[in-house]
Ligand binder design. Structure first.
Ligand SMILES: [Zn+2]
Length: 398
């Protein structure tokens, strides 16, 4: 069997030195920093020779989910999933060298250091320790390192669609920066583009054309009223109201041309109990009633939606994981967050899921992204201990 991994700070530095930037729909980024394959190849190599099954699941060219499955021979019926994403956001405007993995004052700096290569490093470390030690009460564990979390959630969706070749896990821990606390709930998100069309002509004779911007202005006003209506509907006690906002508008080519085209981008946050399909149907029904048939428009989902993460299915998981955090750190918090995670897609597929990891979300995606190195060892220890103690996680207390 291959010897152990590098110490955690070194392992994290190696991950940060391998760019895995998600283009997030852009085409102006240099090829040599794009996509997750450098990280996937590095971790595949680290796992070589270990007594576990390693599998790569191609999601797009240069973008593979990496799955490692530890099939313990113990009698534990439990199957855990450790999930972390390999991608990072781009590096525009960073004030530090993004891939140098430079260390100072107990911090490691670089793109992805906090979100979420630190979380990936601790999951990998806990996983390898479980495989190497093969303790008698060890559960089965699948480590899934997914692609495209920062943009469209394609990696976790492919993982769920694959049906888990080694059986569906009973519970999932998803890595994101939570300062070693538990995140058990968040809103979901859908993004749409809405387009209106018109007929172009010279602006000296506007009556000969159809102004797509005027059409869109009616849509935007209707959306503002609809957003207010959504806020008045019953809010989630933990996460607050459902929201909608128009965040971008494009249309027209010049002041002297009647525009034949206008597009807006809409962001909608869902609360537990809402589905993506219902939210879209509700919006369409409102718009048709508000603007009538004389304003034709098209509404499209601009990228994969993220469902809301409800705390209901993870009650036992939160209790058990919390008591393990306490055994290592002496305290923990359980809290909702305002951002979406892969945990929601797993929970939606029937796998109770919570979010946990080193680092603070306040440092994620920033111009000088860093992570506190002191949180790495405790995080790996918590995951390792939890795996050895986990039981009855499928029971749901609703
Ligand atoms: Zn993340």
């Amino acid at each position: 069997m291959r010897s152990s991994l590098p110490p955690l700070p070194e392992l994290l530095a190696e991950l940060v030195r391998r760019p895995s930037v998600n283009p997030m729909g852009r085409s102006d980024l240099p090829e040599h920093i794009l996509y997750e394959h450098r990280v996937t190849d590095y971790v595949t190599d680290l796992l070589r020779g270990l007594d576990c099954l390693v599998e790569r699941q191609t999601v797009q060219a240069g973008r593979d989910n990496l799955l490692a499955h530890y099939n313990s021979s113990s009698s534990s019926p439990c199957h855990l999933l450790f999930e972390a994403h390999q991608d990072t956001v781009p590096v525009d405007g960073m004030t530090i060298e993004p891939f140098a993995a430079y260390r100072q004052d107990g911090r490691l700096y670089g793109r992805g250091a906090c979100d979420v290569k630190a979380g990936l490093a601790v999951m990998l470390t806990a996983f390898v320790r479980l495989v190497q030690e093969r303790r008698p009460r060890s559960p089965r564990v699948t480590l899934a390192l997914t692609v495209d979390e920062e943009h469209s959630f394609l990696g976790v969706q492919a993982l769920v669609r694959s049906g888990f070749s080694h059986g569906r896990p009973d519970a999932a821990i998803v890595a994101e920066p939570t300062r070693l606390n538990i995140v058990h709930a968040h809103k979901g998100v859908i993004r749409w583009t809405l387009e209106t069309v018109g007929r172009a002509c010279h602006s000296s004779r506007p009556e000969e054309g159809i102004n797509a911007i005027y059409r869109m202005s009616r849509m935007v006003q209707a959306l503002e009223q609809y957003a207010e209506l959504l806020r008045q509907r019953p809010a989630d006690p933990l996460l607050g109201p459902r929201t909608l906002a128009v965040g971008r508008i494009q249309g027209g080519i010049s002041a002297n041309t009647i525009p034949d085209f206008c597009r807006i981008e809409i962001d909608r946050r869902l609360i537990p109990g809402e589905t993506v399909a219902d939210a879209e149907a509700d919006l369409l029904a409102y718009l048709r009633q508000a603007v009538g048939e004389d304003v034709p428009f098209t509404l499209k989902t601009s990228h994969s939606p993220c469902p809301p993460l409800s705390p209901q299915a993870s009650t036992h998981l939160v209790q058990q994981f919390g008591s393990v955090i306490d055994s290592v750190l002496g305290y923990h918090a359980v809290q909702p967050v305002p951002f979406g995670t892969d945990a929601a897609t797993l929970a939606h597929a029937g796998i109770p899921a919570i979010v946990f990891g080193p680092g603070d979300i306040a440092q994620a995606h920033t111009h000088d992204e860093w992570v506190d190195l002191d949180q790495l060892e405790p995080a790996a220890e918590i995951l390792y201990r939890f795996a050895l103690q986990a039981e009855n996680l499928t029971a749901v207390d609703v």
